[in-house]
Ligand binder design. Structure first.
Ligand code: ADP
Ligand code: ZN
Ligand code: ZN
Length: 742
């Protein structure tokens, strides 16, 4: 018997299967996914590796085949199914098998189980009382005290016995020897979810919610597992729909994973799951201790929970009978891993569900272009919730043209309209949120008079301002000098677009001295529970105005917020990549959705230099359809995802010259091996950050209609890189359909 083993060394050259003999002493003890110690290399140094398969025959010279030494101590075995998923991830996202295996195994180390000990009375009451008399008679006070307590309460917590009753271990032992009581120990799993009362749902589903669940359930019962896109405006009751779906799946003895973008920002949602599923729900998040995380996984494996909630990594929960994966706010960037393998949770969830016979539900008010494109193509089933479940009206949205403000002499980041509306809320004792979207921000150049943005003539994305006055395209490498005057209108007010939350906070304080202002951004949320502190202060109406970055537009319901201001929509609109429009629409639509969540009607103001841009007009009209129509046209025309697929090849090296050469050869090779395949090779370009810690970086883009074509290209390039020692000093990573441009 031979085992196929992946050695635990992240090195492309060693990224293949090594065969080892299974010694007879280990026969029957090994299984796929187990971590073992094996002699490796010339010196036969003991090295760790994972078993990924077994075979009866050996493909190598038998005399050279080494033997597995032992099973690694304290390691957690990867489930066989997860090994298959890891192989899928390696194929689809690149990287080594060991990196993929480590990704599907979120907990690597066994943690010491927490043991709970109890003292249990084993005599019946009559015999117990007799024994008690005997102890009292012999003046054995400690024994008598323990036995008396046990006669009251036949099972006592050991801690309680030793601490409160002041009884030593020796006394407990003596009762054990006399067959009066026993000391039991039971392993308990640490459970971060505190027990709470279960409140049965009293919600009557709207017809749309009813239909969504019914459609899903009909397919499910017919074992017709698939992927669903639940597109529902904010407040349409998506979460309730997930809960109902999970309830039904759990009733069949199957388990569900619920992915959420970030625990701190979706705390209210998590609490709702806890209310419904009580201690059958478990939460994974970064603040859990290693022990707690380990226990969560073990509880899941043992089938002790029905629902696992968590960020991306919760996708790898080893449930015995996974039935459903829900991805809430599926459009969020956090679902894409920025570490090798750079996987996307959406695609990986669908792959896992396919392997295990489960369904996937993606939910969003502003679905990603990818998800909607696939839904329109019939790959996913579209479920829609068009009305708010509690019949609140959507916020009324105003668009303010900042060019007009400029013309009339107002250069402040607060337009007169927005300032007047803030004042109005202060007078009415209602709250406002001011939002500055800095995501995807790269220094693009625009004109403050006419709003013109300087774009790449080849790629239709904005050019980025680099030091030394050059404008650079991060896709194709096109460069041009920075103009002194606006090429559109000749104005001198062309420049980098800049503003920060801190400046906004100061300005707001100065403009409204009577207002209480809170700020939420990276700086103010750094400490533990930073998010929650600020959000709960605002929820308790300890402030009138909350200024912040995109983190303030997520998930939370503030019933007293009746005004949301977006200070500069253009910040994300003209970041330098093809997802800029999508990101902007999502942010603006979600921001507008924050206003008027309570009984009072909400209003929103979007300030922009581009009031006619479809991402802005569609968000102002809360019209997803209008946005999608325009955006997909652009993606199709330019060949950007989801209309086509894009593979970024990130190359980095300490030596700039080597890097240049490496990219050149790689590009030539790609162009050569693609043959007649419809692949375009673009770049190399300098990424936004061209040098990190003295390591230079470049990026090549490959564009193709089919994902499979790009996988083939990646595999060929990986081989080429491995065969050529010239690439030895370089780090090369692949990123399929990157979330941002590098
Ligand atoms: P979403 O996830 O789409 O933003 P939620 O599920 O959070 O929407 O629902 C918004 C609010 O409406 C929640 O407080 C929820 O309990 C409530 N809700 C959802 N569905 C209904 C319904 N059918 N009837 C009454 N209230 C509902
Ligand atoms: Zn201009
Ligand atoms: Zn370009």
């Amino acid at each position: 018997m031979f085992a196929n083993i992946i050695i635990d060394i992240t090195h492309e050259k060693l990224d293949r299967i090594f065969q080892y003999r299974v010694p007879s002493r280990l026969e029957g003890e090994l299984c796929i996914g187990m971590e073992v110690n094996v002699p490796f290399g010339k010196g036969s140094r003991l090295t760790k590796g994972y078993i990924v398969g077994f075979s009866k025959t050996c493909d190598y010279d038998l005399s050279k085949v080494k033997e597995i030494e032992s099973v690694a101590k304290n390691s957690v075995a990867i489930e066989g199914r997860m090994v298959a998923l890891a192989a899928w991830m390696k194929e689809h996202y690149g990287g080594t098998m060991i990196q993929a295996l480590k990704t599907v195994l979120p907990i690597k180390q066994k943690e010491k189980a927490k043991v709970k000990r109890r003292v249990r009375l084993i005599l019946d009451e009559e015999a117990g009382k007799k024994k008690l008399e005997e102890y009292l008679h012999k003046n054995q006070k400690a024994r008598a005290r323990l036995l008396a307590a046990l006669l009251d309460e036949p099972v006592l917590d050991y801690e309680l016995v030793t601490k409160k009753l002041n009884i030593t271990r020796a006394v407990v032992s003596s009762l054990e020897e006399q067959n009066v009581a026993v000391l039991e120990s039971e392993q308990v799993f640490r459970n971060p979810v505190k027990k709470r009362e279960l409140t049965p749902s009293e919600i009557h589903f709207t017809e749309e919610q009813e239909n969504a669940v019914a459609r899903f359930w009909k397919d499910y019962q017919e074992e017709n597992y698939g992927t669903y896109l639940l597109h529902g405006v904010t407040g349409s009751g998506k979460t309730e729909v997930y809960i109902e779906m999970i309830r039904r799946v759990a009733a069949m003895g199957r388990q569900a994973i619920v992915l959420i973008p970030e625990i701190a920002l979706t705390f209210q949602t998590v609490m709702r799951f806890c209310r419904c599923f009580g201690n059958r729900v478990s939460i994974m998040h970064s603040r859990l201790s290693a022990g707690e995380r380990y226990d969560q996984m073990m509880r899941a494996k043992a089938g002790e929970v029905d629902v696992m909630i968590g960020p991306r990594s919760a996708l790898f929960t080893p449930f015995p009978n996974l039935g459903l994966i829900v991805i809430d706010e599926e459009h969020e960037n956090t679902y894409k891993s920025e570490q090798v393998p750079r996987f996307h949770a959406r695609e990986t969830a669908i792959a896992r569900a396919g392997m295990e016979g489960a369904s996937v539900v993606l939910g969003s008010a502003t679905p990603s272009m990818e998800a909607m494109y696939r839904a329109r193509n019939g790959e996913y089933c579209l479920l829609e919730l068009k009305t708010r479940s509690r019949q609140q009206e959507m916020a009324r949205v105003y668009t303010v043209d900042l060019r007009e403000e400029m013309k009339t002499g107002n250069r402040s980041i607060l337009s007169r309209k927005l300032a007047a509306m803030i004042q109005d809320r202060l007078d009415r004792k209602e709250q406002s949120m001011l939002f500055l979207n800095r995501r995807g921000y790269a220094g693009f150049i625009s004109c403050r008079e006419c709003g013109h943005v300087i774009k790449c003539p080849h790629c239709d994305v904005s050019l980025s301002y680099h030091q030394g006055g050059r404008l650079v395209c991060h896709y194709c490498g096109h460069e041009e000098p920075r103009p002194a005057l606006c090429p559109e209108c000749g104005s001198v007010h062309v420049g980098e677009f800049r503003a920060g939350t801190q400046q906004v906070e100061e300005l707001v304080k100065k403009t409204f001295p009577e207002a209480r202002v809170l700020r939420m951004d990276m700086d103010t949320t750094r400490e533990k529970d930073g998010h929650e502190k600020i959000l709960s202060a605002f929820a308790n109406e300890e402030a009138d105005i909350l200024v912040g970055t995109q983190m303030i537009v997520k998930g939370h319901d503030f019933p007293n917020v009746t005004l949301v201001g977006v200070l500069a929509a253009d910040m994300s609109l003209y970041s330098d990549d093809y997802r800029a429009g999508e990101r902007t629409f999502q942010l603006l639509a979600q921001a507008a959705g924050r206003a008027g969540r309570g009984m009072k009607k909400g209003e929103a103001v979007i300030q922009t230099y581009s009031p006619k841009h479809y991402a802005v007009t569609a968000a102002a009209a809360q019209d997803y359809e209008a946005f999608y129509r325009e955006e997909i046209r652009y993606r199709e025309m330019m060949g950007y995802p989801p209309a086509a697929h894009l593979l970024a090849v990130l190359v980095s090296c300490e030596n700039e010259e080597h890097l240049e050469k490496g990219c050149h050869f790689l590009k030539e090779y790609a162009a050569r091996v693609k043959g007649k395949a419809p692949v375009s090779v673009i770049g190399p370009a300098s990424p936004g950050i061209g040098k990190v810690n003295d390591i230079y970086r470049k990026v090549l883009y490959l564009k193709a209609e089919k994902y499979d074509t790009l996988i083939r290209m990646k595999n060929r390039m990986e081989q080429y890189i491995e065969m050529n020692s010239g690439f030895g000093c370089m780090r090369i990573q692949f990123d399929f359909n990157p979330m941002q441009i590098f």
